[in-house]
Every structure is written in C-alpha cells, then in structure tokens.
Design a protein around this ligand. Structure first.
Ligand SMILES: NC(=O)c1ccc[n+]([C@@H]2O[C@H](COP(=O)([O-])OP(=O)(O)OC[C@H]3O[C@@H](n4cnc5c(N)ncnc54)[C@H](O)[C@@H]3O)[C@@H](O)[C@H]2O)c1
Length: 254
C-alpha cells in the first residue's frame, strides 16, 4: 500500500517504538505511516543515546529504552517538541524468548515483563498528556501476539505469553478509561511474521509443517501487520476501541 490521493494519516503526528530494525514490523509501520502523510518519531534503544537524527521527510529517530521510565519521559518530551504534538502512539518495541519454565530464571522473566509490558506502560504514560491535548482523533495501538491467546508454545515461552497477555488486558482497560476522554486504544495480535524474531528459527521441516497448519499456508510479512496497525491508528477504525485484530493467516481462529 502506498500513499495515494487519500492519505489516511495526513497531518497526524505519530510515535512508533522499536522501529530501528529495517527488517522488523516497526520499520514497516514507519514506512507506511510516512507514505500515508504522518510525521513520525521513531523511538528505539538501538539508536545511540544523545545522537538525535534530525528530521528527514517528516521523520526523527530518538534513543529510548522503553523499559526505563526516565528514558521514555525524555524521548517523548523531545518527540512532542519536534512533532508539535502527538496524535498516534504505536507500542511496537518488544523482545521474545522461548525459554521453557523449568529453565526460566527470575531475571529473564522480569526482563521480558519490563520491556514488553512495563515498556508499553512507560511510553503510554509519558505520551498521555500530549495525547489528551490532541484534537486529531488520538489513537493508541499496542502489539499483542497470538502467543498470548494460545498459550505461547512456539518461539515465545510463558514469560513472553504473559507479557503479551498483559499488553492485551492493559489495552482493553485503557480503552475503557480513555474512551470518554477521546482516545481510542486497540491491539494487533500477529501470528508468525517473517522478521528476525522468527526467520530461520524453526528449521526447514518444522517450518513446512507449521505453514501447512495455517489456513493461508504461509507466514505473514511486516507490511501486512503494518496495514492492520494503520487501520487502528487512522479514522478508518473510528468506532473501534478495546479490540484485538488478529493478523495470523487463520493460524488461530477463536
Ligand atoms: N515477528 C513476529 O512473528 C511477531 C509475532 C507476534 C508479535 N510480535 C511483536 O511485534 C513487535 C515487533 O516485533 P519484530 O518481529 O518486528 O521484532 P524485531 O526484533 O525485529 O524488532 C523489535 C524492535 O524493538 C527494539 N527494542 C527491543 N527492546 C527495546 C527496548 N528496551 N527499548 C526500545 N526498543 C527496543 C529493537 O531494537 C527492535 O528494533 C514486538 O512487540 C513483537 O513481540 C512479533
């Protein structure tokens, strides 16, 4: 999908976390949002601290470790300054690990929750004053996962599934609390998407077997997740809040 005459995010100021990996979902979201007319601040811990990339074609890249509240406050303050406000927030930054419960130490469990769940809270909390000021139909889109709905089991262990289940519950509660204040909050739940999180992780035989079990017979692309995120971020979904949009090729139908 490219920007045509109708730009779904024209005039919107968006934050996308976890957009530094060019092969990831975040980068696909940034590309689509720019094509749809948004100005975008990309927040990622992979960007060097203090070395801000100046806005280019409506984009600025800022260092942010979502697991640290102070880092989020600083990045969001700078993003608001550069963009002139915030209308859309996409909490995409995340980590995954398949460690099974019998091998799972407390520090790894905590780290998963710190990045995926507390990170979503940290960025949302820091962005909230600006989102509340927005008069451009503000929207929050969070990244859940099929792992939260089917009990993990593939590349995500119990800590990953719990963190994403937390994100989905958090999003539903945000929808209830923030709806009366004019902010929508929704989730996408991707299935198996071809990114560094999944590429070459299954081995050839298991990958073929997995694909045969998916009604659409293939893994998804980051661009296909980005399209669902665009729907939830834009006014196309103006009467939807608290929903979870599955992007899984039919892998999990419920
Ligand atoms: N790939 C999949 O199959 C899949 C499936 C379901 C859900 N998801 C979710 O989609 C999101 C993106 O996944 P992806 O596959 O593109 O992953 P990815 O690893 O390609 O990208 C994740 C990005 O998050 C950034 N990041 C990690 N920790 C961070 C931190 N503490 N602070 C700031 N940035 C941080 C990384 O630098 C990276 O740019 C994640 O939330 C993931 O859980 C992915």
């Amino acid at each position: 999908m490219t920007g045509g005459a109708l730009q779904l995010l024209a005039g919107k100021r968006a934050i996308v976390t976890g957009g530094a990996n060019p092969r990831g979902i975040g980068a696909a979201v940034v590309e689509l949002f720019l094509a749809q007319g948004a100005n975008v601040a990309v927040l990622d811990h992979a960007y060097p601290e203090g070395a801000e990339v100046q806005p280019v074609r409506g984009r600025v890249d800022l260092h942010c470790d979502v697991s640290r509240a102070a880092s989020c406050e600083a990045a969001l303050a700078r993003a608001k300054e550069v963009l002139g406000g915030i209308d859309v927030l996409v909490n995409n930054a995340g980590i995954v690990a398949a460690t099974r419960i019998w091998d799972l130490p407390e520090d790894e469990f905590r780290r998963m929750i710190d990045v995926n769940l507390t990170g979503t809270y940290n960025v949302t909390h820091a962005a909230l004053p600006a989102l509340l000021e927005s008069t451009r139909h503000p929207a929050i889109v969070n990244l859940g996962s099929t792992a939260a709905l089917r009990g993990g089991g593939l590349l995500g262990g119990s800590h990953y599934a719990a963190s994403k289940g937390g994100v989905i519950s958090f999003t539903k509660a945000l929808a209830r609390e923030l709806g009366p204040r004019g902010i929508r909050a929704n989730c996408v739940a991707p299935g198996i998407i071809e990114t560094d999180m999944t590429r070459e992780k299954f081995g050839e035989n298991w990958e073929q077997e997995l694909k045969q079990g998916i009604p659409l017979q293939r893994f998804g692309s980051p661009a296909e997740v980005a399209q669902a995120i665009l729907f939830l971020a834009s006014d196309l979904s103006s009467y939807s809040t608290g929903i979870v949009v599955d992007v899984n090729g039919g892998f999990h139908i419920h």
